[in-house]
Write a protein of this length. Structure first.
Length: 367
């Protein structure tokens, strides 16, 4: 049922060429931790990958606030970055170390878990490589779970729990958010009945991975309108559960970015471009207006509520605003992209993220 499409130019490239304003506000210093009889300036740990432009933006804002930052590109762990951890009945001590600097785990005040990637290593034996990558990844994941005395922009366990699209659709109505009629099935007859129920106006989505490799080429799977001709291929969904939803008419689409208790909402005028009508991720930025949007108070509270329900400090929520003025919840991305929204609308998302990381709300300053 899906229609894989060749990967288009990403927003990352567009962000690189955009002029990003400097952080506003007075310079602030990070908390100090008084341990071992001396003051240690605490650091913000950014867990990401080498190509993550969004982390570049946050790091720039953190430094303008006087924050000390350690960026961990997880591809480099055990190649360009060494790590050690000592644990006994009275000790939990470790560090990351590069050629130029080191970060003791005791000096971490806050963590922004962004977009880590598997470690890169040279190994001719696929089995050995898989083993080593699994060991490194497991070490890092278990380490993140053990760092419980620091502030997390969003804890790893919370991110994973929130990543369930099925769970999101079940939870959203509890916060007053309306959702599309949805069916997830591998029964072709159920798909045909759902198609008839909605008079032939339904869309097809994927549950998890939005990319597929075909003959060595990575293609993106977008949301597609299901037409009558596609029903001829509906039997292909026998092999895997497929997601179908009623088609919701759009006035505009809304990306609501939640940071702490703040909500930064932006309109995406996807209906002005044929390319983005059914999925704005096809990106036609020159022909799709982006601008700030004022959400009703009750919708803002719902967005914060569902984010906090999952234990997140950050969430990128996709909504549809219908021509009748209804807000329809589609999903929450616990680690979604936001930089292109800031570039095109001026919404100060990076400022809000940097301020939370630089001055964690429940961090013990050692006083």
């Amino acid at each position: 049922m899906w229609k894989p499409t060749r990967v288009a130019t990403t927003t990352q490239t567009k962000i690189r060429t955009s002029r990003l304003g400097k952080a506003k506000g007075e310079t602030q210093s990070l908390p100090f931790d008084k341990r071992h009889g001396k003051e240690l300036k605490m650091s913000v740990l950014i867990v990401t990958n080498k190509g993550d432009v969004t982390s570049d933006i946050v790091i720039e804002k953190l430094r303008s606030l006087g924050a000390k930052v350690f960026r961990l590109n997880t591809e480099d762990v055990c190649s360009l970055v060494s790590t050690s951890l000592q644990i006994n009945s009275s000790l939990f001590k470790g560090q990351f170390k590069t050629q130029s600097r080191a970060l003791d785990f005791s000096q971490i005040s806050s963590v922004y878990y962004r977009r880590p990637l598997p470690p890169e290593l040279e190994c001719d034996d696929p089995g050995v490589k898989e083993f080593v990558v699994t060991e490194i990844t497991t070490y890092l994941n278990w380490l993140w779970h053990a760092l419980t005395d620091v502030y997390w922009m969003s804890p790893l366990l919370s991110i994973r729990r929130a990543d369930s699209k099925i769970g999101q659709l079940k939870i959203a109505p509890l916060f007053g958010l309306e959702i599309p009629d949805t069916i997830i099935t591998n029964n072709p007859d159920d798909v045909r009945a759902f198609y008839q129920k909605h008079s032939g106006k339904i869309v097809n989505k994927v549950l998890a991975k939005g990319f597929v490799d075909i003959n060595g080429e990575t293609r993106t799977i977008y949301t597609n309108l299901v037409d009558f001709q596609m029903l001829d291929f509906v039997d292909t969904c026998k092999t895997v559960p497929c997601v179908f939803q009623e088609y919701i008419p759009k006035e505009v689409e809304i990306r609501a970015t939640v940071v702490g208790k703040q909500v930064f909402a932006a309109e995406i005028h996807s209906q002005t471009s044929q390319r983005t009508r059914h999925d704005w991720r096809r990106y036609d930025l020159e022909n799709t207006l982006h601008r700030p949007h004022e959400l009703p108070v009750e919708v803002q509270k719902a967005c914060v509520g569902i984010t906090k329900h999952y234990g997140l400090e950050f969430g990128a929520i996709d909504l549809i605003l219908t021509p009748e003025g209804k807000y329809i919840f589609l999903e929450i991305n616990p680690n979604g992209q936001w930089a292109w929204i800031e570039v095109l609308t001026g919404l100060p998302i990076s400022d809000a993220i940097a301020k939370l990381l630089a001055n964690p709300p429940h961090y013990n300053r050692g006083s």
